[in-house]
Design a binder for this molecule. Structure first.
Ligand code: FMN
Length: 353
């Protein structure tokens, strides 16, 4: 596997670990992946629930948690560290400002179009900006907007296809439609990136359902420069979620994966379980919105708080939440170290054509 550059950052291993909330990818997993030469990514979603020791209120605690996790990661690695900040978060602007002030290497931003992201850069900022999109139309829109409004083009583009875990940038009816498959979108986004070649090299990073070295080879052969992988890193020793959460992947069968309708207004891929079944039976009702964390959340009608549910699941409280997972989560059979996962991917990549 060849190294590549995101701006002036050299990424020795073309693997980005996808940001996973809430509390699934923190400094522990991110540093372990960065130590292997990939990009380690901290998900900033819900950090105010994890780092609430200063009792500043959820949004302020969230901001403080971002600073803390970036610093913790820096203590554990000299490698490349990113943060994942969803556009839909109500404190998006604060989280971006804090991450740039902390000189995080890369901000990955999806779950909406990060149309104003370059506005937060200051003279001397070192942070690279990478949108996560799910269509070539969105890639074009962001490139045009960033170029015309800020004179800036993305430092890379992550293309997340419908086999990813967590919230998906597709209509429910498009998820299984071959016209929306990652294999279809990648060449289209590569074409968009290539149209800017004279101005800037924009690496395209493929994500969603990539689980083996053979898969990596396939997408690099299609023109991607790197891959982003989430699910495969959940069942690692270093993943920041509880063992109960990780074991749900190991126990999972293919039929346990399903698409849910998230209160944030997007479909999501998750493992079936007690909590989801309870929601379907009409059992869960929050009394109030405790966090006001997501702009698009229909919290008046929502049957539960998505942030609480994801936070509780990662902690292992599966009666209070559910487990997001990618299409291939059922392939996990044991907990490995990040080093073992990457060594296996390299062997498979070498063996594949
Ligand atoms: C448990 C879990 C949580 C996730 N949370 C987020 C998130 O907070 N923000 C985000 O942009 N993507 C999130 N994702 C998507 C991943 O970052 C990644 O792009 C995707 O899962 C890649 O597909 P794969 O899991 O098949 O490798 C999540 C995925 C999983 C499995």
């Amino acid at each position: 596997m060849k190294s590549f550059n995101i701006g002036n950052l050299e990424i020795k291993l073309p693997i980005v670990q996808g940001g996973m909330g809430i509390g699934v990818s923190l400094s522990g997993l991110a540093a372990a992946v960065a130590n292997e030469g990939g990009v380690g990514v901290i998900s900033v979603a819900g950090l105010g629930m994890i780092h609430n020791e200063r009792h500043l209120g959820f949004l302020e605690d969230n901001n403080w948690g971002v600073q803390k996790e970036i610093r913790l990661a820096r203590e554990k690695t000299k490698g490349v560290i990113g943060v994942n900040i969803m556009v839909a978060l109500s404190n998006f602007a604060d989280l971006v400002r804090t991450s740039i002030a902390e000189k995080v290497d890369i901000i990955f931003s999806g779950a909406g179009l990060p149309l104003d992201l370059p506005a937060y850069l200051k003279p001397g900022s070192v942070t690279k900006l990478v949108p996560i999109i799910s269509s070539s139309r969105a890639a074009k829109l962001i490139c045009n907007k960033w170029k015309s409004a800020y004179g800036y083009l993305p430092d890379a583009i992550v293309v997340e296809g419908p086999k990813a875990g967590g919230h998906l940038g597709f209509k429910p009816e498009d998820i299984d439609d071959p016209n929306f498959a990652l294999e279809k979108i990648i060449p289209e986004v590569v074409e968009v990136a290539n149209s800017y070649k004279d101005e800037k090299e924009i690496p395209v990073i493929a994500a969603g359902g990539i689980y083996s070295g053979g898969d990596i080879r396939k997408f690099l052969n299609m023109g991607a420069t790197g891959v982003q992988m989430g699910t495969i890193f959940v069942t690692t020793k270093e993943c920041d979620a509880s063992d109960t959460f990780k074991n749900e992947y190991i126990k999972a069968k293919k039929d346990d994966l399903r698409i849910i309708h998230s209160p944030v207004g997007m479909p999501g891929r998750a493992l079936d379980g007690e909590f989801i079944q309870g929601v379907e039976a009409g059992l869960k009702h929050p009394k109030a919105c405790p966090l006001h964390c997501i702009k698009t959340c229909d919290y008046v009608n929502a049957p539960y708080c998505i942030s609480q549910a994801l936070f509780q699941a990662a902690r292992g409280n599966l009666d209070k939440g559910f487990v997001f997972a990618g299409f291939n989560a059922y392939l996990a059979d044991k907990i490995n170290t990040v080093k073992e996962v990457i060594a296996k991917l390299k062997r498979e990549f070498a063996a594949a054509q």
